[in-house]
Design a protein around this ligand. Structure first.
Ligand SMILES: [Zn+2]
Length: 113
């Protein structure tokens, strides 16, 4: 499962941060999930619940933030919200655009106690 490996990966990063800071506890972890990142939010939440059990911070609060996709038209530069990679520019109908937001999933913040 794709989401489980992502969750485990994030747990590893947080464990490393926790060790580096000699922290007793992780209070919260804020995650940004782009709606074009290919990560299914519900699957990620489920995977996290599982992955947290084997971590040293299983009472940490996980905050999920969804980031909407934004594309920039390669012809006219118009920026528009998109849910996929194939929507043509609504201004000039050009079929190609660059996704400038919403492709990634990242850790926004880790709150250490
Ligand atoms: Zn355009």
């Amino acid at each position: 499962m794709h989401e489980l490996s992502i969750a485990m990966n994030i747990i590893d990063i947080v464990e490393a941060e926790k060790a580096k800071n000699n922290a007793e506890k992780i209070q919260s972890i804020e995650l940004e999930v782009g709606n074009l990142s290919g990560v299914v939010m519900e699957a990620l939440k489920f995977a996290f619940d599982e992955a947290l059990k084997s971590s040293s911070f299983n009472d940490a609060k996980i905050i999920y933030q969804e980031v909407k996709g934004i594309a920039e038209c390669s012809a006219c530069g118009h920026r528009f919200k998109t849910e996929d990679y194939v929507t043509p520019c609504p201004e000039c109908m050009h079929p190609y655009s660059d996704i400038i937001q919403g492709k990634d999933m990242r850790i926004k913040s880790i709150v250490i106690e």
